[in-house]
Design a protein around this ligand. Structure first.
Ligand SMILES: C[S@@+](CC[C@H](N)C(=O)[O-])C[C@H]1O[C@@H](n2cnc3c(N)ncnc32)[C@H](O)[C@@H]1O
Length: 229
């Protein structure tokens, strides 16, 4: 039996009008935030795994039960794939696979981003699959691209892939990336085996799924009139 997932409903119909000014403010100020002790402990596990076997890093932020982390480990066999979620309850539902190139951390994603930047460990791929949408217009700053930590995500680098069943969220994310000077694409995700539990639920409920993919190594240039291209 499957229970229909509700579509995202929001009082916001278009990309948020405050997004450009918010982003500008966040890009201009160097944000810092105290790191939770449990995130620091989790980060030590990541660092030890990299020290014992140096490999390029793939991050699966907001990984939930870590199904995507295990599947991504198969897609990136030469990388260390790290799933991060704050919910011990979700992580406890992980179904282990025999792949040894992944690990799951219970931590705040933003803490791990900050610690990775501090340790100068870059990312080759960064997956953000179905982050909480925060659909109310007044919650724009809780969305990844409206948050003061968004510049950390840009500095971590790599190829970024974000997915959501809320088209507007993905469009806004793409707009924020563009305004920050990076090119990428927003597209309707083709039918394929689901990468995550939420993706499976949304597909089964007939939702359209949207994705953004962009490469942070490809910076746009601003011409003399300030236009990005
Ligand atoms: C909608 S679920 C998606 C989970 C998974 N990616 C999937 O598609 O099945 C969002 C997840 O983000 C996690 N989360 C929300 N804010 C977080 C944060 N700041 N740091 C770490 N995890 C967070 C929640 O615990 C939840 O598991």
């Amino acid at each position: 039996m499957h229970i229909d997932s509700r579509r995202v409903s929001s009082n916001q119909l278009h990309t948020h009008t405050n997004l450009p000014s918010l982003l500008q403010r966040h890009l201009q100020h160097r944000h810092r935030k105290p790191v939770a002790e449990h995130s620091r402990t989790a980060f030590d596990v990541l660092r030890e795994a990299l020290e014992s076997q140096p490999r390029p890093l793939v991050l699966d932020s907001f990984c939930g039960t870590g199904r995507s982390t295990a599947l991504l480990a198969q897609r990136h066999p030469k990388h260390l794939v790290v799933g991060v979620d704050k919910s011990a309850h979700r992580l406890a539902r992980h179904v282990e696979t025999k792949d040894e190139n992944y690990l799951l951390l219970q931590a705040e994603c933003e803490d791990i981003w900050q610690l990775l930047l501090g340790a100068e460990i870059p990312l080759e791929y960064h997956y953000l699959l179905y982050p909480n949408p925060w659909p109310k217009s007044r919650h724009i700053q809780r969305r990844v691209h409206g948050n003061a930590t968004f510049p950390w995500l840009l500095r971590l680098g790599g190829i970024i892939e974000l997915r959501s069943n809320w088209r507007l969220y993905v469009e806004e994310f793409g707009l924020a990336m563009h305004l920050a000077g990076y090119c990428g694409n927003v597209f309707l995700l083709p039918e394929a085996d689901p990468l995550t539990l939420f993706e499976e639920k949304y597909r089964a409920s007939g939702h359209e799924l949207w994705a953004y993919v962009g490469d942070t190594s490809k910076k746009l240039h601003r011409d003399a009139t300030g236009v990005l291209g």
